[in-house]
Every structure is written in C-alpha cells, then in structure tokens.
Design a protein around this ligand. Structure first.
Ligand code: MIG
Length: 756
C-alpha cells in the first residue's frame, strides 16, 4: 500500500480568489467565502473540474495573505488561518489568536493509495455534534461513523451507516465553536477520537479530494447559519404538510384511502395528509396507477379534496424492465439509465422485479423524470415521496463498475438520492404551477434542504427507537435539515397502546408529523387503540393544530437562517455540560420557546433537566427555576413540555385541517419573564410562491418586562392575515391575567398592550 503524508511547501501562488500551495504530494487550495467560512481543498488532481452537489456559493473575489519564513497567514475579521510551510500543516484560530482546530502535527493529511485521511488534533474537553442521521450519543466523541447511503431496513440502535450523508460536524471546546464540512461524495469516514489513542481524530474518504469548509463563527446557531448559507436553505413548506399525516404500507385501494380519510373526519381528529405507498401502482411501475384498485385516480383524489385531504404518493427510482412501459421504453431509447462500462444498462432487482436506474446526475434525465410526474399531478397528487434512493437494489451491492455518466457508482452514490429528490422537486414544481410541492426523501446528501424534507427510514416500534428517533431528528437539524420526520409508532412491529400514545404525543413536537407502519403491522390509525387512547391521541393532534401559527413562523425562521425547528439543547446551551448527559441528551427545543422531554412509554414520571433561566410547564403553568434537574409527572396524557420564561407563542383554535378557516382569532400567549424577548410572526397563503413577491404578513412581537408591555409591530408584507382578532393570553403574571382582545390586526400600526 502506498502511504504518503503531506510534506513541505514547494511553491506558493495565487490564482484569482484562491491561494495555491504545492507540495510533492498535492496541491492545497485555500479560498475565503466569508469572514467565517474558509475552504481548504487538498487535491492530487488539481486540474479536474471543481463541482459540488452541496455548495451554492462562490469565494470572495480577492484574497490577501501574509507570508513569513515559517508560515502563511490569512486574516479575516473573525479568523486567522495559519498554514505552516514545512511540513504543510493547516490551523484555524480566532482573530485574536485562540486555537479553534488544526491538523495533527505528525500525520496531518495523508494518503493510503487513493484514500485520503486528515488527522486533526483534539482538545481535552472537546465535544463533537452533528453528522446528520447517525445513531449514538449527542456528543459524538469516542464514536466512529461511515457515510455510504444504505437501505438500512431493520436498523438497530447502533447501526451505521443509515440512509443519508451529511459530512458536517461542529466541534466545541474551551468556550469556542467551529464547524467542518467535508464535501466529498465517496464513502467517507469520521472518527471522533474513537481510536484507542485519543490524541487525534480523523476524517477521510475512499478517494477524491480532502475538500473541506471550515466554519469559525462563535455560536452553534451562527455556524448553522453559515453552513446553510453555503449549502442553501429550505423554502416555505406547504402549510398542509405541517398538519397531521397518515401513512401506511399500503392502503390497498382508493376506497380504503377514502375510508381512512373519512375516519378522521367522522371522529373529528384533525389531519391533512394521506399517503399511497407502493401498492397504488400497476405492478410497481413508477408513474402508473393500479387499473383495478385505483381505477379512477382523479375521482378519488377529488373526493379526498372534498374532505380537505391532500394525497402524497410514493415513487422509487427503479424502472421496471418491460417493453411497452413508457418510462422503460423512453429511458432505453434515450440512454437515461445507469450502465455497465460496456454500455449495457445496469439491472438491479427491487419491487417491480428487474429494473434500470435513472442517471439523476444528468440534467436531461432529471427533466425527463420531472415531466413523468404528470400522471400523478394531473389527477391531483400534491406530495411526492422518494424511497429506495440510496439507491437500494434489495439491499444487495450495486457493482462498483456501474456508471452514472462519466462517474462510477462509488464516486457519487452518496448524492444519488439527493439528485432524485432534486429532479422530483424541480419537475413537480413546474407541473404544479405556482403551488408548492411537498417532497420527502429517504436518501440525502448535504444541501438536500433546498429540495426536500426527509424521514429516518425503517425504525421499529420500540421505546429505544422513540428516543433514538428524536436524536436523529435533532442531529439532522444541525446539518441544515429542518423538515424531518420519523415513522411515528415505529415502522416495524406493533407499538403497545402506551407506546403509540406516547410516540404520537412526541409527534406533535416533530417537524414532520407522520404516522407510518409496515405492511405486516397492525392498523395504526388513531382509533385502533381503544377509546381512551384515541381521546389522548386526538388531543395531542389537536395540540399540533393549535400550535400551527407558532410552527409556521418557526419554519419561516428555518427558511431565513437555517435554524432547525427541532433543536438539540446543544444549540442554545452549548457550554452546559448537562445537556450532553445521556439522561438529558434527547431533550430539545421545539422552536425558540418550547422545551420537550421525550419519555418512554412505561415511565410515568421523568427526570428532566431545565437549563438556566425560568421555565413553565406548558400544561399547568407551574414555574421552575432552571439550572436544575426535576422529577416531573409524565402521564401518557401529558408529555413534559416546558415554556421558556418570556416566551411569546401564537396559537389558534382547533381546526380539522389547515384548509379549515378557523374562528379568525389568534391567541397570543405570553409567559412572564425578566428578560426582553421577541418573536417574528410570519404568515402567508401557505400554498403558493406569492410570498416571494411580497405576499406575506410579518410582525415582530416583543415583550418588555421592565415596562410590562407587549408590542406588536407594524405589519410587513401585503398579505392579509387570516386572523381578524388577536386575543392576549397571559401566563405567570400573578393575579393580573386578563384576556384582552383587539380588532385591528390588519392595521399597519403598532399595537401596545400594557399588562395590568
Ligand atoms: O422495501 O414502499 O422505508 O417507508 O413503506 C421497502 C414500502 C420499501 C421502505 C420505506 C417504507 C415504505 C416501504 N419501503
């Protein structure tokens, strides 16, 4: 095996925005994207085209550096990049010279044949968070992971890899933060000092460049903001996709879909979305409808629309090998499929039998795929679920000689699912005109948030999966994915009624709230668990609908700053050791104001850690002093949820779906606190892209404890709010709780409430 470590700098040049340092082994290319974002690309193929699936920004046009005998220094207002010349070593410091992160002095960047490995020094108190959909603890120190998108059916608590690749982590030490994104789609490796020698950590990839972006902002939130500036942010999701979603593998006929949807309306359990899993198709042929069981798709979707349900249908990448099937014929004729090196189309087996795999890396193939959705959009499907796009071939290996265009499968596998979901998004967006499509994907790569929501694949109906699932949601949030769901109830197996109730109550506080079960599982709808449990499930779904104005505004924040909706406490309480303890690591903030403590189904009390500040139990307004742990009641009827003192939370009355106009009253809840707070309320039509042209309604609401005042600032945007009245609901303002109402919610004026 050939082994090399990067050695002395032989030449230093500047090419436009990039500093080029040559050693005998490689070229080191350094460019500055912003004062807090630096790219370092260590490449052995300096002349190959520079492309990325993730990055949507360019470096700053000019770069300046200082050179001394020993080193090269690039200064930004926030950072110092110090590159030692002999041997070449890269280090990042704050502007005032405090070390953030650097190469391991001995091994730095090294190669074993094509494999590139970067060894980095580790600080004694250093913690690591991130990497997206990865099992294990919030603090990843001591764990090692591989990125290789995998159909991880039956995954367990320590299974790695799973479906997605987000090679981005955040390091925390000495009261400092930094982030590192390794933009390389080959199989990649992250070892967070998991080796017995814990003096260093290493990251690497089977081949390709050591192409990384270093983030030096000094809060986790700012690092996420920079990472999503670099890789893009989500658009506003359709409002209906934030409602309750009912899925199953599969509702077997149009009649059954309608019956289930009607079941929600009959029982007055709010819901917005129902799904068709693979059995709606004819012989699992993508873009077809089963001729018998889904004979008249338009009729049945219209019936769903009449009762305010949206339909989401699944698509897999595998195109059935069958002459006369449109997508097969077109794909073969145009050469749209992945091939062997001799030009034959690769064949893998999945649901339809023998299949070809579209080459989603090509623009013409993505366009073709996108237009194929007309058989779904034309009858009225609104959401598009992308499964099996790791890609899966019954979980068998795809031979490494399979090619997507010029590239072999191992080079780009980790981005295949992303390109499929991108094709789905771009195509359906065109087909739907001005309406927002909802796209959901299982496989993903960094930047996925620009096109699609994700869910965490085939979990199981166990308490351990409930806890792990929410950690996955929170960790995905650190890597730009705000719109995330897990199969509520657990995909495989049958939840006990207690687990179903408990998991559903956590679903209320999960960015995407979808109940899903596998084929062999018992029916999973809210009314399958007896009347008492149904009542609790209904109440928790109703709570989701009450919170929608808050949730939608929180998604707006995600679209503007990349801040996730479900936030590990490590974002706001980065240096509080307790948030990393195994007992508390599952807790999270749902938006800015609500702290949620997931609880297993068999426990009826919970040990909860409340970070510093004051907190109120949402269900009782009982006040708690933060910086402490508490043993709190956690009956199945009342998941422990706490409100941060000073919080401002807009709510609404219970509606049966997001299409329901409601009573026109916004309930603006404010909890007493001793620090000034504010909340950006955001609303638009929830359905179209008109918000991009000013048709939104935005107001900053602030609470001033010194003057005991709540101010609702003037409206920005041209959209007319659906609420014609605001009701103030005060919490913790002893004896002064009074409900006040105001009618002029549309006015472009400042409303001030004097409390008392
Ligand atoms: O081979 O479409 O993760 O959500 O229900 C299984 C059937 C294929 C896996 C997905 C799951 C979906 C199922 N799919």
């Amino acid at each position: 095996m050939e082994f090399k470590i990067i050695s002395n700098t032989q030449s230093i040049n500047q090419h436009n925005d990039t500093l080029l340092l040559n050693t005998a082994e490689a070229q080191v290319q350094v460019s500055v994207y912003s004062s807090t974002v630096i790219r370092v690309n260590i490449t052995t193929q300096a002349n190959k085209p520079d492309t990325s699936f993730a990055v949507i920004r360019e470096p700053l046009p000019d770069l300046s550096y200082e050179e001394t005998l020993q080193e090269i220094v690039i200064n930004t207002t926030a950072l110092q990049v110090r590159i030692q010349k002999d041997p070449l070593r890269v280090a990042f410091y704050t502007a005032d010279g405090v070390l953030l992160s650097k190469d391991d002095d001995r091994f730095a960047t090294a190669w074993q044949d094509a494999k590139v490995i970067n060894h980095r020094s580790v600080q004694p108190d250093e913690k690591f968070i991130g990497l997206g959909e990865k099992v294990g603890n919030l603090n990843r120190r001591g764990s090692a992971y591989v990125n290789w998108n995998t159909d991880a059916a039956d995954y367990q608590l320590l299974t790695d890899p799973l479906y997605k690749t987000f090679p981005f982590y955040i390091g925390i030490h000495s009261g400092l933060t930094y982030g590192l994104f390794l933009d390389n789609t080959h199989r990649s490796y992250f070892d967070f000092a998991a080796s017995t020698d814990n003096q260093f950590m290493w990251i690497g990839a089977d081949a390709g460049d050591l192409n990384y972006y270093f983030f030096g902002a000094q809060t986790v939130a700012e690092i996420i903001k920079d990472y999503t500036w670099l890789t893009g942010r989500m658009e506003m999701p359709p409002l209906w996709s934030l409602g309750y979603q009912q899925c199953r593998w599969s509702y077997m006929s149009a009649d059954e879909v309608l019956e289930i949807a009607q079941g929600f309306r009959d029982r007055q359990i709010p819901a917005d979305v129902i799904y068709c899993d693979i059995d709606y198709m004819q012989d699992f042929k993508i873009f077809t409808w089963n001729k018998e069981t889904f004979a008249r798709p338009k009729d049945f979707i219209n019936q769903l629309k009449d009762i305010n349900f949206k339909l989401v249908t699944i698509v897999d990448p595998g195109i059935k090998v069958e002459q006369g099937y449109q997508q097969y014929d077109e794909g073969v004729e145009k050469g749209y499929f992945a091939t062997y090196p001799n030009g034959e189309n690769y064949v893998g087996e999945v649901w339809p039998g023998r299949c070809h795999y579209p080459d989603f890396f090509r623009e013409d193939v993505r366009e073709w795929w996108g237009t194929s959705f007309n058989t779904l959009t034309e009858p009225g499907v609104d959401g598009f679920w992308n499964d099996m796009n790791e890609p899966s071939a019954w979980n068998q290996n795809i031979p490494p000689i399979v090619k997507f265009g010029d590239q072999f499968m191992p080079e780009v596998r980790n981005a295949y699912g992303m390109q499929m979901a991108r094709a789905t998004y771009e195509g359906t967006r065109k087909l739907l005109g001005n309406k927002r499509p909802f796209v959901l994907t299982r496989a993903a790569y960094s930047g996925m948030q620009r096109y699609s929501a994700v869910w965490t694949g085939d979990n199981a109906a166990t308490d351990e999966h409930l806890l792990l699932g929410h950690r996955l949601v929170n960790s995905l949030g650190l890597t730009g994915m705000a719109f995330v769901g897990v199969d509520i109830g657990g995909f495989a197996g049958n939840p006990s009624p207690e687990l179903m109730v408990r998991w559903n109550s956590l679903g209320t506080y999960t960015p995407m709230f979808r109940n899903h079960a596998m084929k062999e599982a018992d029916m999973r709808e809210p009314w399958r668990f007896g009347p008492e449990n149904e009542a609790i499930i209904k109440k928790d779904i109703e709570q989701r609908y009450r919170l929608l104005p808050y949730l939608y505004s929180t998604f707006y924040e995600a679209s503007q700053t990349g801040m996730p909706v479900s936030r590990t406490l490590a974002i706001d309480y980065t240096y509080d050791k307790s948030v990393y303890f195994e007992d508390y690591q599952n807790q999270f903030m749902f938006g800015d104001a609500l702290l949620v403590a997931p609880v297993v189904s068999y426990a009826h009390t919970a040990k909860v850690y409340l970070p510093q500040g004051a907190w109120y139990r949402l269900s009782s307004d009982e006040r708690y002093t933060g910086g402490n742990t508490y043993e709190v009641d956690a009956p199945l009827t009342d998941l422990p949820v706490f409100v941060k003192a000073g919080a401002i939370i807009p709510m609404q009355n219970i509606v049966q779906s997001t299409a329901d106009a409601g009573d026109g009253v916004m309930q603006l809840h404010v909890w007493q606190g001793d620090k000034p707070t504010s909340f950006i309320y955001y609303e638009d039509d929830g359905n179209t892209y008109d918000y991009e042209h000013g048709a939104f309604y935005k107001r900053t609401i602030s609470f001033d404890p010194a003057n005991q005042e709540v101010t609702i600032c003037a409206v920005e945007g041209s959209f007319v709010s659906k609420y014609n009245k605001i009701t103030m609901v005060w919490h913790g303002f002893d004896n002064r709780i009074a409900i006040q109402e105001v009618d002029n919610v549309q006015d472009k004026i400042v409303i001030v409430y004097k409390i008392q």
